[in-house]
Design a binder for this molecule. Structure first.
Ligand SMILES: [Zn+2]
Ligand SMILES: [Zn+2]
Length: 269
């Protein structure tokens, strides 16, 4: 009989253009994806879910943008954890993260699979204006959870890799109309709307339609822009697109919102 505790447990500690971090735990392993907050904030949020950064064995970084890498140096120095990123991201974040011991600098290139024991971390490249951005799918037995934000679009290749996972954190960065009318400069607006920018609410919904499958139990909408989106707008837009396309929102899977300023509860798949 399957042990009920033998699952992937996770918490989205922060999601948004102000900072990102997600925690994953299995029986044997505890990891973080991204550390885009201060060390202090990360400590607080781990405490809020009843965990501590001392217990984290490894940090996986998606790309060098500050909202993903801000706390990388502090975590590496204070907790001595190994940090995984690909070669391009290491080079690009060199000046941002300060001194990290050579033995803590670990490589995980895009499209690779790292087997930690009862947890596997799979990386995949995305289209975003960073040096070599990649996101991650966490596996345990036949369960998996996908973190995918910071991408201008989702390619067929990525769809094939991440289809029918048990859980998703999917980017819904902006409402295109709010972005157009909002305070950003025209070049920045173009950057966000472009192929190497961020997914809009509608594009996030489109990607979800391509990947949600019979296994999918929970979907978080994340990396919401503080200026160009609202929680209710993102949620309603995605829910109505999915419902209009016959997806069983809140029946077949739960649709939830990831927050910038507070961690989700520690959940299980
Ligand atoms: Zn970001
Ligand atoms: Zn980014």
């Amino acid at each position: 009989m399957q042990d009920l505790a033998d699952k992937i447990h996770y918490s989205i500690l922060a999601s948004g253009s102000g900072g990102n971090a997600t925690y994953f735990e299995t029986k044997q392993h505890r990891i973080l994806i991204d550390a885009g907050l201060s060390g202090k904030q990360l400590e607080k949020r781990m405490e809020a879910i009843g965990r501590s950064l001392d217990q984290v064995e490894a940090l996986f970084v998606t790309h060098e943008h500050s909202d993903h890498s801000h706390g990388v140096g502090v975590l590496a120095r204070r907790y001595g954890m190994p940090v995984y990123a690909n070669t391009g991201t290491w080079t690009a974040m060199e000046n941002k993260v300060g001194k990290i011991k050579p033995e803590q600098r670990c490589l995980l290139e895009a499209g690779k699979f790292l087997d930690l024991g009862d947890m596997q971390v799979e990386s995949f490249a995305v289209s975003h204006d960073a040096a070599a951005p990649q996101f991650y799918q966490i596996h345990h037995d036949d369960q998996s959870f996908v973190v995918l934000t910071d991408t201008g679009y989702v390619s067929d290749r990525v769809v094939q890799m991440i289809k029918n996972a048990d859980g998703y954190l999917m980017e819904c960065n902006h409402d295109p109309e709010m972005l157009r009318m909002g305070p950003y400069s025209w070049p920045l607006k173009q950057r966000i709307l472009g192929d190497t920018g961020h997914l809009s609410n509608e594009e996030g919904a489109g990607a979800l339609m391509d990947v949600i499958g019979a296994r999918t139990k929970r979907v978080f909408l994340g990396h919401r822009s503080q200026h160009n989106n609202m929680r209710s707008l993102a949620h309603l837009t995605v829910a109505s697109i999915l419902e209009n396309n016959d997806f069983g929102v809140d029946h077949d899977f739960k649709l939830a919102d990831a927050e910038p300023d507070q961690p989700s509860p520690l959940l299980s798949l």
